[in-house]
Design a protein around this ligand. Structure first.
Ligand code: PLP
Length: 391
């Protein structure tokens, strides 16, 4: 008998677990009448003026590649926007790269920075890619657990006690997916001081910056001594409801941006020009729409957090992004059992906290980027589900 050909897969890739969110959502596919609070994307359509600028660029014949780094005009717009908004200073020629969402930027940064044996600090619960991607470079994530008692935030002590001679970097994400935690200027300053002492490079994923509800967002590179060691990541997916356009950007030290650009030019070449043209309009005339969406998310946050606490699922108040991360400990179920049971019995989809690392056990993530009516109905169904478990 002919032996079957065995394709050998790179070990690091073979051992990489699939995204916990995707694995769970394969269950949702094919089910009818499910209220999904699972996916992390706005329920809004991209504002019309932004869509129109994409369409009109196509009509005008903008269908070509752009510079690998992205349209010079867009890089200049980003530079100007960051200057006006936060007083940040980035040279559009050397310090800004347009990427296929923040997703690509995280990958490029990790591949550019990490080598075999290196360690990167990753506060947990964390966005799904942070613990998976370092292994592609033979590096490993050092997970720092956070919980509601510390507001799901790391402290300088956490950094100190988790660093050794192999630790060269840390990835921060605030407002955070999945916990919604963010940091005040004072908290960030303390973290920055420790980062400086340890000589770390910082990847700062601030994709939810515009969705900070209770105070002003402080970008990490604006803190003393941080600009030269921080890669600032942001994008259009969340604030402008542009997930499907696939566009984000990285700003940072020339040396790092130029290393990332090398990989980007071989693998991606450039972000589609249509998305880049639309992004220009978003930066120029998108603020009003962002504020309107933010107002609505904030209203939903108040509702969902108070309803969750009311039905006995203790929920820390998220300071930003559009996720609630309630504890399900009182139900006696694991995160997976809770999520599967809720889906099967009440047709509400949430994500098991374990998709965001082991310390997510005992929690589920619920996105409130879903219509108010859906949230109301979902909470009724959840209440029924939880009350059955109380008896
Ligand atoms: C924290 C965080 N970073 C990055 C991303 C990816 O965003 P993008 O659509 O820009 O690739 C997400 C998406 O959910 C996210 O939550």
């Amino acid at each position: 008998m002919k032996r079957k050909f065995n394709i050998k897969i790179n070990k690091a890739v073979e051992e990489m677990p699939p995204s916990g969110i995707r694995a769970f959502f394969d269950l949702v596919l094919g089910m009818k009448d499910v209220i999904s609070l699972g996916v992390g994307e706005p329920d809004f359509v991209t504002p019309w003026n932004i869509i129109e600028s994409g369409i009109s660029s196509l009509e005008k014949g903008y269908t070509s590649y752009t510079s690998n780094k992205g349209l010079a005009e867009l890089r200049r717009d980003i530079s100007r926007y960051l200057k006006n908004r936060y007083g940040m200073d980035y040279d559009p020629e050397k310090e800004i790269l347009i990427t296929v969402g923040v997703s690509e930027a995280v990958d490029l940064a990790m591949r550019s920075l990490l080598e075999k044996g290196d360690k990167m600090l990753v506060p947990e619960p964390h966005y799904v890619s942070y613990n998976a991607l370092p292994s592609l470079s033979g590096a490993s994530p050092v997970l720092i657990k956070t919980d509601p008692s510390d507001g799901f935030k790391i402290t300088p002590d956490d950094i100190r006690s988790n660093c050794d001679s192999k630790t060269n970097s840390i990835i921060l994400n605030y407002p955070n997916n999945p916990t919604g935690a963010s940091y005040s200027r004072k908290q960030l300053k303390d973290i920055a001081a420790e980062v400086l002492k340890r000589g770390l490079v910082v990847l700062s994923d601030e994709i939810y910056a515009d969705l900070t509800y209770d105070y002003d967002h402080v970008p990490f590179p604006t803190l003393p001594g941080m600009k030269e060691r921080t890669l600032y990541l942001n994008g259009f997916s969340k604030s402008y409801a542009m997930t499907g356009w696939r566009i984000g950007y990285a700003c940072g030290p020339e040396k790092l941006i130029s290393a990332m650009t090398k990989i980007h030019q071989y693998t991606i070449m450039c972000v589609p020009i249509t998305a880049q043209m639309a992004a220009r309009e978003a930066l120029k005339n998108g603020d009003k729409a962002v504020l309107e969406m933010k107002k609505e998310y904030k209203r939903r946050r108040e509702f969902i957090v108070s309803r969750l606490n009311e039905i006995g699922l203790s929920c820390h108040r998220p300071e930003g992004a559009f996720y609630a991360f309630p504890s399900i400990n009182g139900t006696g179920l694991t995160s997976m059992e809770f999520s599967q049971g809720l889906l099967k019995e009440e047709k509400v989809a949430v994500v098991p906290g374990t998709a965001f690392g082991v310390s997510g056990e005992g929690y589920v993530r619920m996105s409130y980027a879903s219509a108010f009516e859906n949230l109301k109905e979902a909470m009724e169904r959840m209440q029924r589900f939880v009350e059955k478990r109380k008896q």
